[in-house]
Design a protein around this ligand. Structure first.
Ligand SMILES: Cc1cc2nc3c(=O)[nH]c(=O)nc-3n(C[C@H](O)[C@H](O)[C@H](O)COP(=O)(O)O)c2cc1C
Length: 365
């Protein structure tokens, strides 16, 4: 039976993944209120279609940081993708490239920066950076990303420590022994970087990531690299303004797939205040809860220049490796094109804020 929407890929993945991996991929923090909100908030936005506008040709191409994309959707960084399928990050990145999308590689990947670059030479690749207590190790990751032709650094700012994901604690989640954090092979050999035992990921993060991290570290990062810096995990106008002040090039409005702190707003709820504060100066993007073409449309109408999907790509990988991700991106792209046509937009520039209204606009009637 063919899979016709992203949710079909999720249902299929649930039949394939072992509990340890499935719970790790799907969990949010705490009671998972914000996890549900990431979806529900999209549903509270209504589309206001315009008719009779010649939609015989739809063009959804765009440009971010000078790179031409076939459409404004990329793959968000998610850790440890080989747990989903042996194709892992390489397969995911190749599928993204074929679809003309950006692929963001997580620091905590099961494929190294270099192997990923070799596996997907034609894909536009960004590297998601966590800042380690050991700054020379962090700097070496930056150098490796530059050398391997990654085009931007995505600094995740919402994870000085990891959130409390109850299922992972219950399962004593750790990476299966045949896999490893591939960016740290040398360090592993020296016994510096390991992840093992009960709730291994949280122990790893608290021993390695730097919780003293502050905006001045962006200054340091800017001093050591010329790559564009995108901060990921912004949920307030205040932090977006600081990102601008400290010379970042873009922000990803994100609640980390609701995995860090529960009861934060959905990313789509936080998007308008960030766009209002810095939208003229920085490239504002978002992720969190995108499953449908109309979700992409709503985010763009509220001012995002591009959006990213995290879990959908993991589900598609689990379903059928690289092929699965290609299929999922095709389904999502088609759905977005249908949305564009039925709202009366030929190109992304035709998308207007007035084409989306909050449900309260209607419930007053
Ligand atoms: C299993 C999983 C692992 C993740 N790992 C990372 C990571 O290593 N670095 C990071 O910045 N964000 C990470 N994220 C957050 C994603 O980049 C993204 O913000 C989130 O998945 C978007 O929400 P969505 O899954 O609803 O699309 C992870 C998310 C998931 C679900």
């Amino acid at each position: 039976m063919s899979l016709v929407c992203v949710e079909d890929f999720e249902q299929n993945a649930k039949t394939k993944l072992e509990k340890n991996a499935l719970d790790y991929y799907k969990s949010g923090a705490g009671e998972q209120y914000s996890l549900k909100l990431n979806r529900d908030a999209f549903k509270r936005l209504r589309l206001r279609p315009r008719c009779l506008r010649d939609v015989s040709q739809i063009n959804i191409s765009c440009e971010i940081f000078g790179h031409k994309l076939q459409w404004p959707l990329g793959i968000a960084p998610t850790a440890m993708q080989k747990m989903a399928h042996p194709d892992g990050e390489g397969g995911n990145a190749r599928a993204a490239g074929k679809a003309g999308s950006i692929f963001i590689l997580s620091t905590l990947s099961t494929t190294s920066l270099e192997d990923l670059a070799a596996a997907a030479p034609d894909t536009i690749k960004w590297f998601q950076l966590y800042i380690y207590k050991d700054r020379s190790l962090t700097e070496s990751l930056v150098r490796r990303a530059e050398k391997a032709n990654f085009k931007a650094l995505v600094l995740t700012i919402d994870a000085p420590i990891f959130g409390h994901r109850r299922a992972d604690v219950r399962n004593n989640f750790s990476l299966p022994s045949h896999l490893s954090l591939a960016n740290f092979q040398d360090e592993k050999a020296n016994g510096v970087i390991t992840m093992k035992g009960a709730s291994g990921i949280n122990e790893y993060v608290s021993s390695q990531f730097d919780p003293t991290l502050s905006w001045k570290d962006i200054k340091w990062l800017k001093e050591i690299t010329k790559l564009p810096i995108v901060v990921k995990g912004v949920l307030t106008a205040e932090d977006a303004i600081l990102a601008r002040e400290f010379g970042c090039h873009g922000v990803i409005v994100s609640n980390h797939g609701a995995r860090q702190i529960d009861t934060v707003p959905a990313s789509i709820e936080a998007l308008p205040e960030v766009v209002k504060a810095v939208g003229n100066d920085l490239v504002v993007m978002m992720d969190g809860g995108i499953l449908e073409g109309n979700d992409i449309f709503k985010a763009l109408a509220l001012g995002a220049k591009a959006v990213f999907v995290g879990r959908p790509a993991v589900w598609a990988l689990a379903y059928n490796g690289q092929r699965g991700v290609e299929e999922m991106l095709h389904v999502l792209r088609k759905d977005f094109e249908i949305t564009m046509a039925l709202i009366g937009c030929q190109a992304l520039k035709d998308i207007q804020p007035s084409m989306v209204a909050h449900e309260s606009t209607y419930s007053k009637i």
